[in-house]
Ligand binder design. Structure first.
Ligand SMILES: [Zn+2]
Length: 278
């Protein structure tokens, strides 16, 4: 079974809950890592003939339309990651509907294709946003990848396998691709990206992926452009944020390369096609 590889295509300053340190009105003045990171990501994937899903931030697409076009031209799936990287529950349904319309129109114009996949910033599509699934269905999304089966940012009770999510009555349903987690001594922790992928032994991660695959589900990995540049954060972020963002930042490419020797990867849309064929 092939597993899902995704990139949250955003810049180093798109960090939730630190708006006071990295305010929106200053973003245009920050140097972007996306030209270098995108070149590295595309080369990394091309060398392994892997098609991936890029969850594109609207702000970044407006700042670097040529890069989005190059990602689409390289055959990768273009999906959506909101316009300005705000937590979904910091806005209401009306804002989210306008955000989805703006983003899908922009990305469809850039790439000449329909957008079917969504991921919320910091997994913020959850029990606090019961209206969000209905709006994704209404806007023709086929899948979401935001339900983190983890404490604090999600819910440990969320399923770990790919599954269907029903909208409210009569609206239909959508697929959910939860991020890969490990269950360590009763605590669920991220494993498919971020500090988890940089921390846990690769053998543990591979064992978990194989268990999911045996259960009929692909695993979902989630990477970021900073993983491909070794960018150092030079702002005084809160200690926990800094630790989560920077611990082991030299390691993800080594971990990924190792994973790719043992597992097969593709985009979430291709995973979905394979699931629907069964
Ligand atoms: Zn993000």
């Amino acid at each position: 079974m092939k597993n899902g590889i995704t990139i949250d295509w955003e810049d180093w300053f798109h960090i939730c809950e630190v708006d006071h340190l990295l305010p929106r009105h200053e973003w245009d003045s920050y140097p972007s890592i996306l030209p270098e990171a995108t070149k590295n990501i595309l080369a990394f994937l091309a060398a392994r003939r892997i098609r991936a899903t890029f969850f594109i931030l609207g702000y970044c697409a407006r700042r670097h339309p040529d890069l989005v076009e190059s990602i689409a031209r390289a055959g990768h799936e273009i999906a959506y990651h909101t316009d300005n990287h705000q937590l979904l529950y910091s806005h209401g349904p009306q804002d989210f509907q306008e955000d989805l319309q703006r983003g899908t129109t922009l990305l469809a114009e850039l790439c000449d294709r329909q957008i079917h996949g969504f991921r919320a910033p910091q997994w913020s599509l959850n029990r606090k946003t019961p209206w969000a699934i209905d709006l994704l269905i209404k806007n023709n999304f086929r899948y979401d990848s935001s339900h983190a089966p983890m404490p604090i940012i999600g819910d440990p009770a969320f399923p770990e396998v790919v599954h269907g999510l029903k909208g409210s009555e009569g609206t239909g349903s959508i697929w959910e691709f939860p991020p890969l987690v490990l269950n360590l001594a009763g605590l669920k922790v991220p494993a498919g990206g971020g500090w988890g992928l940089r921390t846990w032994p690769i053998s543990l991660i591979i064992r978990k992926v194989r268990a999911l695959n045996r259960a009929g589900s692909p695993a979902t990995f989630f990477l970021h452009p900073v993983d491909f540049t070794g960018h150092r954060y030079d702002r005084s972020l809160p200690l926990v944020k800094r630790a989560v963002l920077t611990y082991g930042l030299r390691r993800p490419l080594r971990s990924l390369t190792h994973l790719m020797d043992h597992l097969e990867f593709t985009s979430l849309s291709e995973c979905l096609e394979r699931l629907e064929e069964r």
